[in-house]
Ligand binder design. Sequence first.
Ligand code: PMP
Length: 359
Amino acid sequence: MSQLQQRIEQVIRADVRQMHAYVVQPSAGMVKLDAMENPFRLPPELQRALGERLGAVAINRYPGERLDVLREALARHAGMPDGHALVLGNGSDELISMLAMACRQPGATVLAPVPGFVMYEMSAQLQGMPFVGVPLRPDTFELDERAMLAAIEQHRPALVYIAYPNNPTGNLFDDAVIERIVQAAPGLVVIDEAYQPFSSRSYIDRLARHEHVLLMRTLSKFGLAGVRLGYMMGRRELIEEIDKVRPPYNVSVLNCEAALFALEHDDEFARQARILRDERQRLIEALQALPGVRPYPSEANMVLVKVPDARRTYEGMKARKVLVKHMGGGSPLLANCLRLTVGSPEENDLMIAALRDSL
Ligand code: PMP
């Protein structure tokens, strides 16, 4: 063993050494429909205006008061209730890490329905916190209320995550069940609305009812995945505590200015979201017409679909230059499932044809 290897083994945690770094699949030359990105670029005149705005930013200074302007703009955009505050993250991924960091202590656990967004578990694991995954109901992917309440009673989790809509299943959970989970949770409940631009419901109007609920959103699915900006709203006292573990200057001056620009032009992003919602419906109908293919209902910019042989279909689609997400290897509930991001009308046509030819 080399000296460096020995040093690595002494210093780097064994569980970290066993992990794999997050891999972004190579996608050059492919129709990229694996990561719930918005397929639309900005119209050329807006892209130019954005370039001018970013060109005028003083990059020699650390981020400062401009972030206050961004927080206010986001609070207005979201309709944040009085008495609440907002913390920014470099994507909501960072907020999820911050939450685990702030809540880690002996006995503290993180609980979420599974299948769900992988970062809930990964952030817990990295902080050495046990993660409790409670299976969704097979087929409907609804919350299993009894199992959730029993797990909450047993583990008394510090953090409960509810993605609303859920990734990778795309559905909104039953509101009455969420309410009872919120009431039963002894710690914090995070409602993750990453897919809010495509959803018919939001938790925002219920946020003020519960002082232990945090509402998390991101600009990624809105159309700014490359910008990296997430935000989380909650009672001021609570947000102030979480803000203490935020790395200083976590949101760059460029992220900040690009996000402000996007909010000033939110009508354009709303227009894009409308197209994607219509496309989602068209995609679901096209998939329903294919024999042996079962798309699940979705309120997000993705559609989970069951096919006879997901590995074969995934590989066939890849060979036809369409990249989607194969859900194999995860939850048994997702056997033979692919997760399709809703793309532009042209991309969706290519995806449907590639899927049909790869069954
Ligand atoms: N929450 C959910 C439910 C997600 O699916 C994702 C990304 N796929 C995120 C949060 C993270 O988003 P980001 O870090 O890009 O803000």
